[in-house]
Design a protein around this ligand. Structure first.
Ligand code: CO
Length: 223
């Protein structure tokens, strides 16, 4: 069998042995269930693995990744992950993590045809279009891509806040949304401090009257 593939099987054996050496019950404990505190929405890029760059282990982060960490309100894959994480795993934090040097963001800034993926990257073109005055003023192409990467993360955090899933959670408890950008060049995360823990920063049209609805449901159940 091809060598590069065998490397993964060998690596897995080493991983399992190492964990068992440190704690003979490691897998027994993990197999009982998961209670992650965080939901990670990151880029599929192979250089941005959620656990590795945050020094966390199996069971700590629930993960969803796609090209250029986009939160699309009709993406049933993302919405299913989001609902499961928020409603059933009751995560406390959702982190949207983009990264400088993102190929998806760079591609979205061009007029080059790539294929089907261009329709996905259209979401980032929309972020550019929304912020074109600021972005067009940045002459350096790398700087412009970096800023678009940040604006994209902020926009995706906003998109999270617009979902019924997040707003429903907010009506009942605290749930923090964070926007991060990871630097491939230095391994460090930049926290964009776009923390949302209520729907105050969302335009009125995107807000659902959930508190009222949940209260009336609760009152109804008490009867
Ligand atoms: Co990327």
């Amino acid at each position: 069998m091809e060598k590069s593939y065998q490397k993964l099987i060998q690596g897995n054996k080493l991983y399992a042995e190492t964990r068992l050496f440190q704690d003979p019950d490691y897998f027994k404990k993990l197999s009982k269930g998961q209670t992650p505190t965080y939901l990670w929405i990151g880029c599929s890029d192979s250089r941005v693995p959620a656990n590795e760059i945050t020094s966390t282990r199996s069971g700590e982060i629930f993960v969803h990744r796609n090209i250029a960490n986009v939160v699309v309100h009709t993406d049933s894959n993302l919405l299913s992950v989001l609902e499961y994480a928020v409603r059933y795993l009751v995560v406390k934090h959702i982190i949207v993590c983009g990264h400088y040097g993102c190929g998806g963001v760079a591609a979205a800034m061009t007029n080059t045809y790539h294929g089907y993926v261009d329709n996905w990257l259209r979401n980032i073109k929309d972020v550019y279009h929304k912020n074109f005055i600021e972005l067009d003023a940045i002459e350096d192409e790398v700087q412009r891509a970096n800023r678009l990467t940040e604006l994209n993360v902020i926009e995706q955090v906003r998109n999270l806040a617009k979902t019924t899933i997040v707003q429903r959670a907010w009506a009942e408890r605290e749930l923090h949304l964070h926007g991060w950008v990871y630097g491939l060049h230095n391994g460090l995360v930049k926290d964009l401090s776009v923390i949302h823990n209520s729907s105050e920063n969302i335009d009125q049209i995107y807000r659902y009257e959930l508190e009222h609805k949940l209260l009336s449901n609760a009152a109804h159940q008490q009867k």
